[in-house]
Design a protein around this ligand. Structure first.
Ligand SMILES: [Zn+2]
Length: 209
């Protein structure tokens, strides 16, 4: 779910490939806005936390498109920026969730279910669009792995919606939100760490040549 879908092996910049990438960027950006707004309106923290993944995937694919052919240094700085901004949003969601614990009123369960299913459909559509551009087993595997994680997050939101409807409690929503935002924080730090290593390796390489 979280900061997954890293694309490290973009080689071709064919027009058809760029179009596919733009379509996926549009789907993810629209779903970020839809799911974040639905989270605000319904008062669901899990929807807000799940929306983070769309923000992350939008940033990943947009950066991939922008930095095709750029230097290791530029790409590493782009990753640092991505890691930092995603960590900030994740902390904002955790903060809002903490405030919600004090408030205690349950979110609107039907919105969680409907938007959760939309998110699942959007992730499935992104996979279908990207899959034909993946060659090599490891790439196909990484698309499947991160889409599976995204789907688990979406199903988590739908299940939380069901539990909120059944129990009338805010807790299922809050627990799923905390899980999703924590996972996101974890991958934001992994992205930052990897970019730091890349910058260090690049500096050493430059010093030797
Ligand atoms: Zn994702």
């Amino acid at each position: 779910m979280s900061g997954c879908c890293e694309n490290k092996t973009f080689d071709g910049a064919s027009p058809a490939y760029r179009r596919a990438l733009l379509a996926v960027i549009a789907i993810n950006a629209v779903m970020f806005v839809v799911e974040m707004s639905a989270g605000m309106i319904s008062g669901s923290q899990a929807l807000k936390a799940d929306a983070l993944d769309f923000a992350g995937d939008t940033a990943t694919y947009a950066l991939s498109l922008m930095v095709i052919g750029a230097s290791v240094r530029t790409r590493a700085y782009a990753s640092l920026f991505k890691g930092a901004s995603l960590a900030l949003i994740a902390m904002a969601v955790l903060g809002m969730t903490a405030l919600r614990v004090l408030d205690g009123s349950p979110p609107e369960a039907s919105t969680m279910g409907i938007v959760g299913f939309m998110a699942l459909a959007a992730n499935a559509a992104s996979v279908v669009i990207l899959l034909r551009w993946r060659d090599g087993d490891s790439n196909v595997r990484s698309v499947w792995l991160c889409s599976r994680n995204d789907a688990i997050g979406n199903v988590g939101v739908i299940l939380a919606g069901g539990l909120v409807a059944l129990t009338g409690s805010a807790w299922p929503d809050l627990v799923v939100a905390i899980l999703l935002a924590s996972l996101f924080l974890k991958s934001a730090s992994a992205i930052t760490l990897q970019a730091t290593h890349e910058l260090k390796a690049d500096r050493e390489f430059q010093a030797q040549h």
